[in-house]
Design a protein around this ligand. Structure first.
Ligand code: ADP
Ligand code: ZN
Length: 729
């Protein structure tokens, strides 16, 4: 590597990466006063000012005498080398333009605003002999702030005096001006406070993490819900904080509950900093800055927290690491779980992936010895895992439009009699998945997507779950015109709620479905109320599978375990297994034993059998074998190429052209499949076609994809996006 200067003196050429999609790095001259490598800057671009980061030496392609000058250096800690390397590697891996990736790291409100410090007045020296009434008011006003300073104007206003009085006190030596951070640091966490006494399993895991603390390493922390994983990784957080480094805990957004924050507060005496879409802009700005200045020790956040400018990151925890929401599938397609491992490597930080049902990728990495596996084999405390049983729907004689079998019904009734909670799980939002005309059989579909419209009674609309389009619920068939023949078919959670209220009219029923809440906050409030015992029966979609602790919940009924098993997706089995086990694991925490009843029409299906027997290792071994035989991930690599445009025909034609000109792929021994309709074949009026490229594990897939796709000319309004490691295949 060439010698990169750390500081660019005024006028020196340097390369700046902007967030504008223009190619890579542009040359500028360093501003007055010079700038550090990594500095956040504002540069002129045409008539505009744009945000950028000093990325390295000038490329020197342009006449250096004509270079424009950086306008100003923003008052933020320069971006550290590890983060710049991380962004570069992530851009290369995902085949995204670097400016797009830089946007992920600069998506903070008010980054370009004002300085991070400001001059404030503090008490200094002794009070002057000549104390007027006005002067006394100024001193009193300042004292009221308990040692925190105030700007001269603020102080004058607080005291109700003119600024002259304040200036007089400064001149008399009773007040002094000092620079103070504009943003308050986060309250200090105390990692020396004693944690709980760990079980043997927990202590073993915590010690293993402690022994590997001083550098990069990835651990799989595996254990059923309630086995004490959180407690173990909080030990690792304590070790990390004691070493003076920062810790990041990633959670699926919906699991970012007050419960978790309170738990951290109990353990360390203060709440961690939060980073997710529900946090105010001012708080996000404060966090972004404080993370860069060391004023935030621990961050709990959604996937985008991975791009924060940590000063000294020592630990990344990815909880519920199998969760599909870690994969971003717009803009920059990346999987935050995998990228955590990359960031950990570049930061010399420890990475802990925690899950009750790890992804097959992570399981295989542990199996191959790349990750160290730590198992918590029992639930913490005396209670055992929920007892699982199938209810064979073929023997249940369910009347039409009823989904709760008699066996499940009596089990729920029994729990309610004990004052305990029951959860009915159905992974379908809305009232009914289909709206069908009983006269002609017509099904109402979205006009813009390849999807049926879903009836939502609560909203009194038909809604497309792909694009969000909605329409009134029709009384007349749009196809044959028959009046009052449109009927809902199949259950959604809202319909299940109706059935539940009929069966148990006295029970308090709560429905947890993401679309019933205006905001993440409202949803969290509802979750907390349920946890406190505010409902007898909970009806929920997959959001209930994620890390909430409902201490009174002792029975889980899975309404339709077969949902998802029939798809052609190779990952379907893994998903159904994970989700059903996760949901079942909600039953029976604290001191009450739990039970899970799984309604199915195919109890002999291998996935259902694995769910019931709990023989996870056998399940994973079988899944791994199946994938290995097909050289599919994690035993081979996949990339999806998604082509889209308003007309299907040219999109398919482009797909065919790509499939035929596959020389760059053949050179690395890769195969191309398709074009075929993408998993979402049409969305918002855009037709989508997908090619899947399969390569051997060590093959230089990215370079080949670049060579293969770059020469393609795209028609107007057509798009080509590359999805490395697609979620469905
Ligand atoms: P997981 O993260 O695997 O779901 P948790 O860490 O949340 O498990 O633990 C489950 C419950 O047991 C929590 O209520 C937690 O407070 C409690 N718990 C876990 N470990 C201990 C311990 N060593 N001492 C006391 N309580 C514990
Ligand atoms: Zn639609």
């Amino acid at each position: 590597m060439q010698n990169v200067p750390e500081f660019y003196d005024e006028g020196m050429p340097c390369g700046v990466l902007t967030t504008e999609p223009l190619g890579r790095v542009l040359d500028y001259r360093a501003p007055e006063g010079g700038c550090w490598l990594g500095a956040f800057v504002q540069v002129p671009l045409g008539p505009r000012r744009v945000l950028g980061v000093v990325w390295g030496p000038a490329e020197g392609k342009f006449d250096q005498a004509k270079l424009r000058q950086i306008i100003r250096v923003l008052d933020a800690a320069p971006m550290r080398t590890e983060l710049r390397d991380f962004l570069t590697r992530l851009a290369d891996y995902t085949l995204t333009q670097l400016p797009m990736v830089l946007r992920l790291a600069t998506r903070v409100p008010g980054l370009a605003d004002g300085p991070v410090t400001r001059k404030l007045l503090f008490r200094d020296g002794t009070l002057p002999d000549r104390m007027t009434d006005a002067r006394a008011r100024v001193i009193a006003a300042l004292d009221e702030f308990g040692g925190a300073g105030l700007a001269p104007g603020e102080l004058a206003q607080a005291a109700g005096v003119g600024t002259g009085v304040v200036r007089g006190l400064v001149a008399a030596g009773a007040l002094a001006e000092r620079a103070a951070p504009r943003d308050q640091p986060f309250p200090r966490l105390d990692p020396t406070r004693p944690g709980p006494n760990l079980s043997d399993d927990q202590a073993r895991a915590a010690n293993a993490l402690r022994a590997g603390r001083d550098g990069y390493g990835t651990w799989l922390l595996k254990g059923v819900t309630g086995s004490g994983k959180t407690e173990v990784y909080l030990e690792a957080v304590a070790d990390c904080l004691r070493a003076g480094r920062q810790a990041l805990v990633l959670l699926p957004e919906i699991a970012l509950s007050a419960e978790f924050l309170t738990r951290v507060e109990k353990r360390f005496g203060a709440k961690p900093a939060e980073w997710h879409s529900g946090v105010t802009q001012a708080e996000r700005r404060r966090l972004w800055r404080m993370v860069g200045q060391g004023g935030a020790q621990m961050v709990v956040g959604a996937r985008s927290a991975l791009f924060l400018p940590f000063q000294n990151l020592g630990l990344i925890v990815v909880d519920e690491e199998h969760d599909t929401s870690y994969k971003q599938e717009e803009g920059v397609f990346y999987n935050a779980r995998d990228m955590s491992v990359l960031r950990g490597m570049l930061n010399g930080a420890q990475v802990v992936l925690a899950s009750a049902t790890p992804s097959l990728e992570t399981w295989a990495n542990a199996d191959a010895g790349k990750y160290t596996r730590l198992d918590l084999t029992t639930r913490f405390g005396p209670n055992a895992l929920p007892d699982m049983a199938a209810i064979d729907l073929r023997g249940q004689d369910l009347p039409a439009n009823r989904w709760i079998s008699p066996d499940l019904q009596s089990a729920v009734t029994a729990r309610l009699g004990l004052g305990e909670q029951a959860l009915l799980f159905l992974n379908r939002r809305g009232y009914a998945p289909l709206t069908v005309c009983r006269a002609c059989g017509h099904q109402v579909a979205c006009t813009d997507c390849d999807a049926r419209m879903v009836e939502h009674r609560f909203l009194e609309r038909l809604v497309c779950h792909q694009c969000g389009a909605n329409a009134p619920i029709p009384t007349k068939c749009p196809e044959c015109g028959a009046e009052d023949r449109m009927a809902p078919v199949g259950p959604g959670v809202e319909r299940l709620e109706e059935e539940t209220r009929t069966l148990w009219p006295e029970a308090r029923v709560a429905v947890l479905s993401s679309d019933l809440f205006g905001s993440a906050r409202a949803l969290k409030a509802q979750i907390e109320e349920i946890a406190a015992g505010g409902a007898d029966i909970i009806i929920g979609t997959q959001i209930v599978a994620k890390g909430h602790n409902f201490p009174h919940l002792t029975l889980v009924g899975v309404i339709d375990a077969d949902l998802g098993l029939s798809g052609s997706d190779l990952r379907a089995a893994e998903r159904v297994f994970q989700l059903t086990r996760q949901v079942a694991g909600r039953a029976g925490r604290a001191d009450k034993p739990g039970r899970a009843l799984i309604q199915t029409s195919q109890p002999e299906h291998p996935v259902i059998r694995a769910i019931l027997s709990g023989d996870e290792e056998a399940f994973w071994q079988a899944e791994a074998e199946a994938r290995r035989a097909l050289s599919m991930p994690p035993y081979g690599r996949l990339a999806g190429i998604i082509l889209s445009g308003p007309e299907l025909e040219p999109v398919f034609a482009l797909g065919n052209a790509l499939a035929q000109n596959d020389a760059p792929l053949r050179r690395i021994g890769a195969q191309v499949f398709g074009p075929a309709p993408a998993p979402i074949a049409r969305i918002r009026g855009q037709h989508r076609v997908r090619l899947l490229v399969k390569a051997a594990k060590g093959a230089p897939l990215q370079a080949a994809l670049r060579d293969w796709t770059r020469p393609q000319k795209l028609g107007v309004n057509m798009r080509l996006v590359i999805d490395i490691d697609p979620q469905s295949f």
